[in-house]
Design a protein around this ligand. Structure first.
Ligand SMILES: C[S@@+](CC[C@H](N)C(=O)[O-])C[C@H]1O[C@@H](n2cnc3c(N)ncnc32)[C@H](O)[C@@H]1O
Length: 210
């Protein structure tokens, strides 16, 4: 069966060697020769100007201390007429219902920890403004609701949230454990819901001569 990468050349970039090795292995196993992965830093990409028709960044901008510099670099890498799509979260747009009492303070501390490391847990709401300020045009923004219940809450508690505990100061880790325990309990409640608003924002580089 013909796939997208039979007709396109796709390159995936991350600065984490472990992710690159895993993704390369998966691409090889799936026999996708036009899909390659490269370990590189977004601020210093090993590509010439005007290299890409389309750039997609998922869950990366939240970790950048200089998102607008990154956008200027990516604008340069797009061909005239090309487009960028950025998908990211905004950690204030995530709700558990009924909310465990331990959650709001734990979540505030996770966000503060991410800020201390140079990231921005609220980048989702800012992406359109960043694109506008950095020469992108024709900006489209979609806010997608993600609704889950028990199984999804359990997945969050087991897979995603423990990785965020590293943002907590050591003195707050016990508080994190309590919040995760309370959320694990919530996952057993048949009424429980998890609602998350996810930002998908795209913009274009003006076509040549416009
Ligand atoms: C939450 S993960 C998202 C991974 C993947 N994009 C996805 O959607 O599953 C954030 C990734 O951003 C990468 N990252 C952060 N800053 C970067 C930079 N300056 N250059 C390249 N990658 C970066 C990290 O290495 C990490 O793999």
């Amino acid at each position: 069966m013909a796939t997208l990468s039979d007709r396109l050349s796709v390159v995936g970039v991350d600065r984490n060697e472990v992710f690159i090795e895993k993704a390369t292995r998966l691409a090889e196993e799936s026999e996708l020769p036009n899909l390659t992965y490269l370990m590189a830093d977004l601020y210093d990409p090993p590509f010439p100007a005007d290299a890409f028709d389309f750039i997609y960044a998922r869950l990366v901008f939240m970790h950048l201390s200089e998102p607008e510099s990154a956008l200027r670099i990516l604008h340069h890498l797009l061909k005239p007429g090309g487009r960028i799509l950025i998908e990211d979260a905004d950690r204030d747009c995530m709700f558990f219902e009924p909310a465990p009492e331990s959650f709001p303070e734990y979540w505030r501390n996770v966000q503060n920890g991410q800020r201390r490391r140079g990231g921005d847990p609220n980048v989702g709401r800012k992406l359109a403004s960043y694109l506008k300020a950095n020469k992108f045009n024709d900006i489209c923004i979609e806010v997608q609701p993600i609704l889950g219940s028990g199984a999804e809450i359990e997945f969050m508690v087991q897979e995603l949230l423990p990785t965020l505990n590293e943002y907590l100061e050591p003195s707050l880790r016990a508080q994190g454990d309590v919040a995760l325990r309370d959320l694990a309990q919530l996952a057993q409640d048949p009424r429980a819901t998890f609602l998350h608003f996810w930002f998908a924002v795209s913009g274009g580089r003006a076509p040549a001569g416009s």
